[in-house]
Design a protein around this ligand. Structure first.
Ligand code: SF4
Ligand code: SF4
Length: 201
């Protein structure tokens, strides 16, 4: 069952969900050229934490397993490192596909039973607030909310990263954050407009 408690979206005719995802990735049809070689999953640093490898997820998209795909943790575990994308023999823009699936799932309120979407929401809210990531706040909020007992074990690593200058203890707001917020608002508006457009046959 989805984390939201909402009923599963039904599977759709083979090919329809593929078209929907392609439309949500600005019409980039390379996903349809996936040859299921598995290079993406073999390259992915997050594969062990995913419900399905990227290769499996793409096969499910093609098969029209819409509900299963939208409830998969896979897109939420993707850290957008682009390693798979540079190695894919078909030049599939894999992180874009992950973003597209997350956008559809978010719009429909269909979430995997995982803390990953909440992590993503906190990350996005930090971007809105500061204009950039705030790693200490992100990790602290997530662990306090979901894994409070693990927090003491994480503290030494966090302190070491702060003292070595790899992370800032306090958040830093970029200059012109109001401009960035305006860009994000416009992007959300375009996303909503795109979502109402008909999926090409
Ligand atoms: S590396 Fe590219 S072609 Fe191979 S399975 Fe992944 S997406 Fe498909
Ligand atoms: S971009 Fe995402 S799916 Fe691709 S290798 Fe990185 S984490 Fe894995």
């Amino acid at each position: 069952m989805p984390g939201s408690g909402q009923a599963d979206p039904p599977s759709v005719r083979e090919g329809d969900f593929l078209r929907e995802v392609i439309a949500a990735t600005a019409g980039d049809s390379r996903l349809g050229c996936c040859i299921q070689c598995g290079t993406c999953g073999g390259s992915c640093p997050s594969a062990a934490d995913m419900d399905h490898t990227p290769r499996m997820l793409f096969a499910m998209i093609r098969a029209g397993l819409r509900g299963e795909v939208l409830r998969s943790t896979t897109p939420w575990m993707c850290v957008s490192c682009y390693f798979c994308a540079v190695r894919c023999p078909q030049e599939v823009h894999i992180p874009d596909v992950m973003y597209a699936v997350k956008a559809i799932a978010t719009r429909e309120g269909v979430m995997p039973d995982s803390t990953a979407p909440d992590f993503s929401r906190t990350f996005v809210s930090n971007i809105h607030r500061y204009g950039r990531s705030y790693e200490v706040g992100l990790a602290a909020k997530h662990y306090i909310r979901h894994y409070p007992l693990r927090l003491p074990g994480m503290a030494p690593m966090g302190i070491a990263m702060v003292t070595k200058g790899r992370m800032g203890f306090a958040p830093h707001r970029i200059r012109g954050v109001a401009g960035l917020r305006a860009i994000l608002a416009r992007a959300e508006e375009l996303e909503r407009d795109g979502a109402t457009r008909e999926v090409p046959a």
